[in-house]
Design a protein around this ligand. Structure first.
Ligand code: ADP
Ligand code: MG
Length: 351
């Protein structure tokens, strides 16, 4: 009797491959904002302004005052795997820029309409050009421009119906974007950030370049947070166990919150580290009677060969060498600071 024929294996169309890949890099509006801001930071901007319409589904516009993009580079700007930041695989080990894959802008053109306006130093005018599916739609048009680059992402996920539907039902992407900008703003304190809804006169995040971390935290998270922070530092320069240098601020026993705020940068990359967050929460729960959740800002510097930045396309998770040792060290430093502040407070209350 006839056996069932196996299904034929076919090669996917390039356009299908690109759209699937793009959906992984740009998972939601906030992922596009993160990529654009990182590009602006890589371009050495000192001012980055974000405008959002309809939670980012209608419009994400990021304007910076960075070095701009050369006219000759515009034709390949949004092709996949075109970058000014990486050339050899080995360079990944020492790379300082946020980007390196040359995939972000390309991805956006597969799931949205992308328009770039840019001017390079010394030019009398800039250029504006739109992209779709990786390619330039027409020759760049000369236009008036201020220093830097402005990128507009319109109609995000216009060609991904399911993604668009699920995002329309959750109205919280604007707050995710504000949260993201807040995190960048307290780390990159030499850069001024703003984020507003399209048409709004008031910005929801607004910072000016400063030299004081605490001032930046105050202007983003408010006086009541900044007032209750303590400086924290930890280092370990023993190369046989781990090499790291941590600086930051953690909330004291006077700070009260139901949710943890953990802002973590490792080698200037905004990352998540669930193990570290848990470890710090445990110290707070054990030390403070009212079980308040902490506010934590930490910047950790590690030798670049101890960090693998290449484990996920969104670059959100990093993997560290000697993670347990580092977490333990930080945990005991947090405990020390917190116990001290708690004892001072108890002592004051008894007076
Ligand atoms: P990557 O950042 O990984 O290189 P992207 O797709 O994000 O890839 O960007 C591609 C290239 O476009 C970058 O390498 C950079 O040269 C240029 N670029 C993107 N955004 C900006 C910007 N805001 N200012 C200057 N150059 C930019
Ligand atoms: Mg990039």
């Amino acid at each position: 009797e006839a056996q069932k024929e196996p299904p034929k294996i076919r090669r996917l169309d390039e356009s299908v491959i690109n759209r699937i890949a793009a959906g992984e890099v740009i998972q939601r509006p906030v992922s596009a904002v993160k990529e654009l801001i990182e590009n602006s930071l890589d371009a050495r901007s000192t001012s980055i302004n974000v405008v959002i319409k309809d939670g980012g589904l209608k419009l994400i516009q990021v304007s910076d005052d960075g070095h701009g993009i050369r006219y000759e580079d515009l034709p390949i700007l949004c092709e996949r795997h075109t970058t000014s930041k990486l050339s050899k695989f080995e360079d990944l080990q020492s790379i300082k820029s946020m980007g390196f894959r040359g995939e972000a802008l390309a991805s956006m053109t597969y799931v949205a309409h992308v328009t770039v306006t840019t001017i390079t130093p010394g030019q009398l005018h800039g250029y504006r050009v739109s992209y779709r599916d990786g390619v330039m739609e027409q020759e760049p048009k000369p236009c008036a421009a201020v220093k830097g680059t402005q990128i507009a992402i319109e109609n995000l996920f216009y060609n991904m119906t399911a993604r668009k539907k699920t995002l329309q039902n959750s109205a919280d992407d604007y707050s995710k974007i504000v949260d993201l900008l807040s995190r960048f703003a307290i780390h990159h304190i030499n850069v001024g950030f703003s984020c507003r809804k399209h048409g709004a006169t008031r910005a929801d995040v607004h910072t000016v370049p400063t030299s004081s971390r605490l001032d930046a935290i105050r202007s983003v998270y408010g006086v009541s947070v900044a007032r209750n922070l303590m400086k924290i530092e930890a280092t370990d320069d023993d190369p046989t166990s781990s090499v790291f240098d941590m600086k930051g601020f953690i909330s004291s026993s006077n700070y009260v919150a139901k949710k943890t705020t953990m802002v973590l940068f490792i080698n200037d990359r905004l990352v998540e580290c669930t193990a570290m967050k848990r470890a710090i929460e445990i110290v707070y729960a054990a030390t403070l009677p009212q079980a308040s959740k902490p506010f934590v800002y930490m910047s950790i510097e590690l030798p670049s060969e101890h960090v693998d930045v290449n484990i996920h396309p969104t670059k959100r998770e990093v993997s560290l060498l000697n993670q347990e040792v580092i977490i333990e060290k930080i945990q005991s430093e947090v405990e020390l600071q917190l116990t001290n502040s708690n004892e001072t407070r108890t002592f004051k209350e008894q007076l």
